[in-house]
Design a protein around this ligand. Structure first.
Ligand code: ADP
Length: 542
C-alpha cells in the first residue's frame, strides 16, 4: 500500500470520520464509570480497515480516538494514552491477522475464524482495555476500586465489536462470484423474515408481547444457525449484526430478555450473548463451507484423475489389440491366453474409471440422458446375453412380462441392469442362479434382479445407495468394489422419475428392483409388488 497518495489521504479522512461518528454514537448510549463503552463500533471498524487496507492507516484511528476523548473532557495525557491504546489494538490485531495468520478476509476457513477470535477478539482488545484504563487511573480519573470493572467493560465492548463488526466488514469486502438461484433467494427471504419476526417480537412492543428479563435468548439461535448452514459466512455475520442492532435498540428501550437491572449491566449481558452467538455462528458457517469445498475438490479430483487415466489405458488397449492381431496365427496357446487376460483386465479398468467419472458427474447433477423409446424386455435380453457369455458357469434366468415402451436412456438403464446383475453374481454362491424379471405395475415397468446370496442386513439396506457406501462384512465374498455402482444407479433412476430399492434378509438373498414410468397408460393394480419377486425383509424404496 503506497503512503501519501490521494487515495491514502482520502481513506484516512474517511476512516477518521467514521471512527469519530461511531464513537460519538457509542458515547451517547451508556458507559461504565463514564468511559468504558459497551457499544463500541470503532474497534471493529478500525480493525477491519487496517486488515483490509494495511496497518499504515493507523493515524486515522489515533486522531479519531484522541479527539473523541479529548472533547469528552478527558485530561490531555489520559486522552493521548487512550488513543495510543486504541491504535495499538488495531495495529497489533491487524498485523497478527494479516502477517502472522495470513487471514483470508472471506472468513470461509475455520482457521481464519479462529485467528480472528483469538488474535482480534480476545488478545488485541485486551491491549486497548489495559492501556486505556491504566491511562485513566494514572491521571487520577479512575480510582483503583473502579479499575477492574471498567477494564472488563472496556474489554468486552471492544471484543464484541471485533467479533461482530469486523467480520461483517471483512466478509463484505471480498467479491463473490456465485449468484443465488431463485429458490435460494426465496429461502433467504423466509430466513430473513424469521429473524426479523423473532427480533421484533423480543425487542419491540410491536407484537404486544412482553419478554422483559425472560431467559429466552436461545430463541435467536435457530434463525442464526439457518443462515450459517444454508448460506455463506457473509449472510451469517450480517444476521448477527442485524440482531445486535435490534438487541441494543430494544434493550435501551427496555424490551427483551436482557433487561434485568441497570442499563450498563443489561448491555453487558447482551454483549456476552452476542459474543457467544457470533463465535458459534461463524465457526458453524466456516465448517459448512469447508465441507462443501472439500466435496467439490474431491469431485474435481476424481474427474481429472479419471480423465488422465483414460489416455494411457486407451493406448494400452490399442497395443494389446495390435499384438493380438500380430500373433493371430500363433500356436502358442499361453501367449493368446495372456493377451486375452490383459485385454479383459484393461476392460475392467476402463469400466472402473467410467464409474468413477460417473459418480462425480452424478454428484454435481451432470449425468446427461439421451432418451429414446424402447421396450425394457428387449434391453434385458440383450444385457443378460452379454453377461451370460462371460459367466458360462452361472445361469441367469429371465422371466419377463413388460412389453410396454419406456422413454429412457437405454445405455444408462442398461448400466443399472448390469450393476444389479453383476452384484447378484458377486454376492451369491457360484452354484446359485440369478433371476431377472419384469412386469408392468401401476403405470410403471418394474425390473427385479433376485439372488440367493449373502443378503444385506437391515441396518445397511437404506445406506447402500449412498455414495461410497460399502457393507463391511467379513463373510462377503468377491472383490471389494468402490461402493458407487448403486449410487450411480439410484441417480440414473431418479433422473428418470422412477424409484429404486431392495428387499433383502441376511443370508437369504436380495432382490434389487427399479421402476420406470411407461409411455401411455398401463395396467393399474393395487397393493405391493408380488412377493414371488422379492427376497423377504422390509422393502426399502427410494
Ligand atoms: P460395490 O462396488 O461395493 O459392489 P455397490 O454400490 O454396487 O458397490 O454396492 C454397495 C454395497 O451393497 C456392496 O458393497 C455390497 O455390500 C452391497 N450389495 C450390493 N448388491 C448386493 C447383493 N446382491 N447382495 C448382497 N449385498 C449387495
Amino acid at each position: 500500500m503506497k503512503m501519501g497518495g490521494p487515495s491514502y489521504v482520502a481513506r484516512l479522512l474517511f476512516l477518521f470520520a467514521i471512527y469519530f461518528t461511531t464513537a460519538r454514537l457509542g458515547l451517547s448510549i451508556d458507559a461504565v464509570n463514564g468511559f468504558a463503552m459497551l457499544v463500541w463500533l470503532p474497534t471493529g471498524i478500525s480493525l477491519a480497515a487496517l486488515i483490509i487496507w494495511g496497518v499504515n492507516y493507523w493515524p486515522a484511528v489515533f486522531a479519531g480516538a484522541f479527539l473523541v476523548n479529548f472533547l469528552l473532557g478527558v485530561p490531555l495525557l489520559a486522552a493521548l494514552g487512550i488513543a495510543a491504546g486504541n491504535t495499538l489494538e488495531a495495529i497489533v490485531g491487524a498485523f497478527l491477522l494479516r502477517n502472522v495468520f495470513s487471514l483470508n478476509n472471506a472468513l470461509e476457513r475455520l482457521r481464519d475464524v479462529w485467528s480472528l477470535i483469538l488474535a482480534g477478539g480476545l488478545f488485541a482488545t485486551a491491549i486497548s482495555a489495559t492501556i486505556g484504563v491504566s491511562s485513566l487511573y494514572a491521571t487520577g480519573v479512575l480510582t483503583s476500586f473502579d479499575y477492574i470493572r471498567t477494564w472488563l467493560a472496556w474489554w468486552v465492548g471492544d471484543m464484541i465489536s471485533a467479533l461482530v463488526v469486523t467480520p461483517l466488514i471483512l466478509a463484505w469486502s471480498v467479491p463473490r462470484s456465485f449468484k443465488y438461484t431463485r429458490l435460494q433467494i426465496g429461502e433467504f427471504l423466509i430466513a430473513s423474515s424469521f429473524l426479523i419476526f423473532m427480533s421484533s417480537m423480543f425487542f419491540t412492543s410491536l407484537l404486544g408481547i412482553n419478554t422483559r428479563g425472560l431467559p429466552i435468548t436461545y430463541v435467536f439461535f435457530p434463525p442464526l444457525i439457518w443462515y450459517a448452514i444454508r448460506f455463506g459466512q457473509r449472510e451469517a455475520v450480517t444476521a448477527v449484526f442485524v440482531l445486535l442492532v435490534m438487541a441494543v435498540v430494544g434493550t435501551i428501550g427496555g424490551f427483551g430478555p436482557f433487561v434485568k437491572g441497570q442499563l450498563n449491566e443489561n448491555l453487558l449481558l447482551l454483549q456476552g450473548f452476542m459474543g457467544v452467538a457470533s463465535v458459534t455462528v461463524m465457526i458453524l458457517a466456516a465448517l459448512v463451507i469447508e465441507r462443501r469445498e472439500h466435496e467439490r475438490r474431491k469431485d474435481d479430483f476424481i474427474i481429472i484423475a479419471s480423465h488422465e487415466l483414460k489416455t494411457p489405458i486407451t493406448s494400452a488397449k490399442i497395443f494389446v489389440q495390435i499384438l493380438k492381431k500380430h500373433f493371430k496365427n500363433t500356436k502358442d496357446k499361453k501367449l493368446v491366453h495372456y493377451l486375452t487376460t490383459i485385454e479383459d483386465q484393461i476392460d475392467k479398468l476402463t469400466d472402473l474409471i467410467g464409474e468413477l467419472l460417473d459418480v462425480s458427474k452424478a454428484h454435481v447433477g451432470k449425468i446427461i440422458l439421451n432418451k429414446e423409446r424402447f421396450v425394457v424386455d428387449d434391453l434385458i435380453n440383450q444385457i443378460v446375453n452379454e453377461i451370460q457369455q462371460h459367466e458360462s458357469g452361472r445361469k441367469i434366468v429371465v422371466s419377463h412380462d413388460a412389453k410396454r415402451k419406456v422413454l429412457a436412456d437405454r445405455v444408462r438403464i442398461g448400466q443399472v441392469l448390469v450393476n444389479f446383475i453383476n452384484n447378484a453374481l458377486k454376492y451369491s454362491p457360484e452354484d446359485r442362479d440369478v433371476y431377472v424379471s419384469s412386469e408392468v405395475f401401476n403405470n410403471k415397468v418394474v425390473v427385479y434382479v433376485k439372488d440367493a446370496g449373502i443378503g444385506i442386513r437391515r441396518e445397511h439396506q437404506g445406506k447402500i445407495f449412498d455414495r461410497f457406501y460399502r457393507v463391511d462384512d467379513r463373510d462377503k465374498k468377491g472383490g471389494q468394489g468402490f461402493g458407487i455402482g448403486l449410487y450411480i444407479s439410484a441417480e440414473i433412476i431418479r433422473r428418470h422419475g422412477g424409484s429404486i430399492g431392495v428387499s433383502s434378509k441376511k443370508d437369504q438373498g436380495s432382490t434389487f428392483f427399479f421402476t420406470l414410468p411407461i409411455v401411455g397408460n398401463g395396467r393399474r393394480r393395487k397393493g405391493q409388488f408380488p412377493l414371488r419377486y422379492l427376497s423377504g425383509g422390509r422393502l426399502v424404496r427410494f
